[in-house]
Ligand binder design. Structure first.
Ligand SMILES: [Zn+2]
Length: 721
């Protein structure tokens, strides 16, 4: 608990400082020269900025692929490098799965092949983001440690064959991690082609959770002892008196393995916290080694799975993500919020280290990207703050795991439609990349996310809960607004509006954070099922919305889900009647949930129209100091969500560049107040956008104004004069 508080304090201080405070030693030896290189080593100030941490901005725009040269004949490598050059690539990620190739037998390190490909790429003008190869240990390590395999929640130990097969708490893994990470770090710490480090791969992947009795369970007990101090406190906080669970010794406390009916929700949440801290700790083991041996290079990692991303990102210089836009797995347009989330982790630009390069999944699971989409998604990454887009992967595997997780090239290795599309983009980036340099995304509005609150929603009694935050996100995006993602400990006062959907579990620090923001003139929006739980995962004993009650100016005595089975509702839709701006005299419908709101100082904006709570408030406004708190007790249909979004912006004088049609994403980056605007049409039909002023059309190299038609799956890039 203390560590978390410490982290928040540091995070708040870092946010407040607004400039990178890290200093670096340049005492390391100079980069060794590579003859015939097409790329100059980076200037020191640029290199320092690259490792910048908060407000990170890359000194240049990167474009490239994840490359697995170890899977192909070496005679093919020059062709690959030549094709990458022709596509305008300037970066690859290498080696995160190459441990067994680098160290085929214990202590027998072979970097020669890696040297050869790094140098070959470098001569072709392509730099390397070097992976540490710990994603999967080699077979010999399991002969040494048969208990290295993680144990799943059913208590079954995995066998060799997959990936990510190690327990983070295994002491042998820590020892061999130090050896291999130090080895590769020493080899490439001063190589001018190696721009940074990518420890491992997807540390947070859910398949990596371990429930072993040998290492994870005792570590969990220690973690609990540090958090609670005494078993009396733990028993009280968890409510172990019910179902006869009172613990009299730490060793009695289980990991949440398979049990009959369900585990205690507090145990589940604390396991999630413990697991996240475990992952953060193992990542830090690697980062500390890299920082010591390779201080000139930055660290990044593709955050994935269930750890606290804010905590993971704290130790990295740059946040990174995998971006596999839904196309077969979900809706095509639900991508912006995901990108904005990763930008929010360090309040600055980020890297996409796995961008969809071909069809993900198995061969019959996802749809082919129609012409234009791969390019459009890649631009969407840049538009939302990526400084690097690295496609997964260069060439689809002909052998081994994930043989149908397609990359840019098919197994045949020939230029294809996907390659040609992105090579065309590479040409465009010769100009667009320069314009992106030094720009950041600036937003007047933020969505608030808290990972511990999200984990609390995963308890068995909560069941899957769709908070539909993306619907509100899209309502704001249609108006053309940039949106940040923020969280606990951050300074909210730089925003005009903070949207905090379904903040299920809250603590006093969050209430203080919100109160400061609202009193200073901000608008806070809360939605149903907020403030239900307190920080020990107990249901609040205050009237709902618990700790948020005074801010919202309401109380909630009764609530219910809006179910399709309800005979009083048609398809589960609750009629809503607007009674004040922005809904005055308008009718709509709510779905999913109904919090029956009793105003205690707040004013009703809309009321329920049916059932025993007809006439009771559904949406309220509370004025606090200079600011406003909106509480939405149900899920608003699109007409009310749109009306609310426009009405919220108005008093803050937020004037976005222009509004856009459905499934058109407008996002902009800026430098010195000048915007570079990306207008991306994800529709299969052309869409018209009305420009309120003259812009430079960057791709067409001419000025544009008035109504502009964007072809299907295409974009406009506009710069302000
Ligand atoms: Zn374990």
């Amino acid at each position: 608990m203390d560590n978390r508080r410490d982290f928040l304090t540091k995070l708040a201080a870092a946010s407040a400082a607004l400039v990178p405070v890290r200093t670096f030693s340049f005492a390391a030896p100079l980069p060794r020269p590579v003859s015939g290189s097409a790329v100059e080593p980076m200037a020191e100030d640029a290199a320092q900025n690259l490792r910048g941490g908060a407000l990170y901005r890359s000194p240049k725009t990167f474009f490239g692929a994840d490359y697995y040269p170890e899977a192909w004949e070496e005679s093919r490598w020059p062709t690959d490098v030549q094709m990458m050059r022709e596509a305008g690539f300037n970066i690859v990620r290498l080696a995160e799965f190459a441990w067994a190739r680098i160290e085929p037998r214990e202590g027998d390190l072979d970097f020669d092949w890696l040297d050869r490909i790094v140098d070959l790429l470098w001569k072709g003008g392509i730099q390397t983001l070097m992976g540490t190869p710990t994603s999967q240990p080699p077979p010999w390590l399991y002969q040494k440690y048969p208990d290295l395999y993680p144990v799943n929640a059913e208590g079954i130990r995995y066998n060799f064959g997959g990936r990510y097969l190690y327990c983070f708490n295994h002491p042998g893994m820590a020892e061999y991690t130090r050896k291999i990470v130090s080895g590769i770090a020493k080899r490439y710490a001063n190589h001018p082609a190696v721009v940074g480090w990518h420890p491992d791969n997807e540390f947070g992947h859910v398949a990596r959770e371990c429930y072993c009795k040998e290492y994870c369970e005792p570590a969990f007990h220690k973690w609990l002892e540090a958090r609670y101090g005494s078993l009396d406190k733990l028993n009280a906080a968890w409510g172990t008196s019910f179902w006869s669970q009172i613990y009299s010794d730490w060793s009695q406390i289980p990991l949440p393995r398979l049990t009959q009916q369900q585990h205690n929700p507090a145990l589940i949440l604390d396991y999630r916290r413990f697991w996240s801290d475990t992952v953060v700790g193992y990542q830090k083991l690697q980062i500390d080694i890299l920082a010591e041996i390779a201080p000139r290079q930055f660290t990044t990692h593709n955050l994935w799975g269930k750890p606290d991303y804010f905590a993971m990102a704290r130790d990295l210089n740059v946040a990174a993500m995998n971006f596999y836009p839904a196309y077969g797995w979900g809706r095509l347009e639900d991508n912006g919020l995901e990108l904005d989330t990763f930008r929010g982790l360090k309040d600055g630009n980020f890297w996409v280290v796995e961008q969809r390069g071909g069809r993900p999944g198995s061969h019959n699971e996802t749809l082919e990207s129609a012409p234009g989409l791969l390019r459009l998604w890649a631009y969407q990454s840049y538009a939302h703050g990526a400084d690097a887009v690295i496609f997964f992967r260069w060439r689809t595997a002909a052998r081994g795991g994930e043989e149908y997780w397609f990359g840019l090239l098919n197994q045949d290795g020939r230029p294809n439609r996907r390659y040609r599309e992105l090579a065309g983009m590479g040409k465009e980036l010769e100009r667009v990349g320069k314009l992106l340099e030094g720009t950041n995304v600036v937003s007047p509005l933020a969505f608030y996310v808290d990972y511990e609150s999200e984990w609390a929603k995963t308890a068995p009694d909560v069941r899957a809960f769709d908070d539909r935050r993306a619907d509100y996100y899209k309502a704001f995006k249609r108006l053309g607004v940039n949106i940040d993602v923020t969280g606990r400990g951050r300074d909210l006062t730089r925003y005009k509006i903070v949207f905090a959907p379904m903040l299920y579990m809250v603590n006093d620090d969050m209430v203080e954070q919100f109160t400061r923001f609202v009193r200073g003139g901000g608008t806070l929006v809360l939605t149903f099922r907020s403030g239900v739980k307190e920080w020990d995962n107990s249901v609040t004993m205050q009237p709902l919305p618990g700790l948020l009650r005074d801010l919202a100016g309401i109380e909630i005595e009764e609530f219910e889900p809006l179910l399709k089975m309800d005979p009083e509702l048609k398809e589960g839709e609750m009629p809503l009647q607007g009674v004040a701006a922005p809904f005055a005299a308008r009718a709509s419908a709510g779905t999913i949930w109904a919090d029956i709101l009793e105003p205690k100082g707040a004013q009703a904006l809309a009321k329920y129209g049916r059932k025993f709570y007809a006439g009771k408030a559904a949406v309220t406004l509370n004025r606090v100091g200079e600011g406003r708190v909106i509480y939405i007790g149900t899920h608003l249909a699109r007409d009310f969500a749109d009306a609310l979004a426009a009405w919220l912006l108005a008093p803050h004088r937020i004037v976005p560049p222009f509004a856009v049609p459905e499934m058109v994403d407008v996002s902009y980056r800026e430098k010195a107040g000048k915007k570079l605007i990306f207008v991306m049409n994800f529709n299969n039909t052309a869409q018209a956008v009305r420009l309120p002023r003259t812009y430079r059309n960057v791709l067409a190299e001419r000025d544009v104004a008035g109504s502009v038609l964007i072809p299907p799956r295409d974009l406009l890039i506009l710069s302000e004069a």
